[in-house]
Design a protein around this ligand. Structure first.
Ligand SMILES: [Fe+2]
Ligand SMILES: [Fe+2]
Length: 251
């Protein structure tokens, strides 16, 4: 089942979230948010997802843009729920594929054969022009992947945070833009404690994203957090013990 919502629109610049769920395997399926940013004749697709949702995502993108206007596809990291469809996208459109240089050699295992249109992101990240504005690729390494980035859109002031901010819930992210940090705190905790590598990475990421004026954080799974609720998330994440900080409990 699909759900989609425009989360920003000022006339020239638009951000849309698509969320997919599978009612038949609701218990075992991890619902994913895919994002599309459009400015005039340029668009970027963020974390398009696995092969199993490729057809639905492709159709959804084509409802908003001519596929020739899809200039970039950004993969925050290498996981199958993020990049599993990279091989399919590489043949169905002419977009440049942006991914951490740490993961490029692994992408052939998802069927990527042509590397001519791949842009490898250096560890320190990058800033690229997008229409009249900028997209910033912010290092988020080890949160949770060793080569991982968040994406900040300077026009909408949305931080596309990848797996950071993931809340494992039974409802769609797109429906739940108005939730409070307190309401989802419990569903954030288990995921972040296990999947994030350690508190020193959380601290440095929080410091990095605070350099930007963020209105809304849009994660790859679960709810979006805005304003004060985003600030509450940052305060919690900055001090979170996770991963290696808790290793005695799993070894
Ligand atoms: Fe992941
Ligand atoms: Fe994920």
């Amino acid at each position: 089942m699909q759900n989609e919502k425009v989360i920003y629109d000022d006339g020239d610049h638009k951000c849309i979230v698509f969320s997919f769920d599978n009612e038949e395997v609701e218990e075992s399926f991890l619902a994913v948010n895919q994002y599309l940013i459009i400015q005039k004749n340029s668009a970027i697709l963020i974390d398009p997802g696995s092969q199993s949702t490729y057809d639905e995502v492709y159709d959804a993108v084509c409802r908003y843009i001519d596929i020739d206007n899809l200039k970039y596809i950004f993969y925050s990291h290498q996981d199958p729920d993020v990049a599993g469809s990279i091989g399919k996208w590489s043949v169905s459109c002419a977009a440049q594929q942006i991914v951490s240089k740490q993961w490029i050699r692994f992408m052939s295992h998802y069927g990527l054969m042509n590397f001519n249109r791949v842009i490898p992101l250096e560890d320190k990240g990058a800033k690229i022009h997008f229409g009249e504005d900028y997209l910033h690729f912010i290092p988020a390494h080890f949160l949770h992947s060793p080569g991982n980035f968040s994406l900040y859109d300077s026009r909408s002031k949305i931080l596309f945070s990848g797996d950071i901010g993931t809340s494992i819930t039974s409802y769609y992210g797109a429906k739940s833009q108005d939730v409070t940090f307190g309401e989802i705190r419990e569903s954030l905790e288990g995921f972040h404690k296990r999947y994030m590598a350690g508190n020193r990475f959380c601290k440095v990421w929080v410091q990095k994203v605070k350099e930007h004026d963020v209105h809304t954080m849009a994660p790859q799974h679960g709810s979006l957090l805005s304003g004060e609720e985003y600030d509450n998330f940052l305060a919690w994440f900055k001090d979170l013990e996770c991963g290696g900080d808790l290793m005695e409990s799993i070894y």
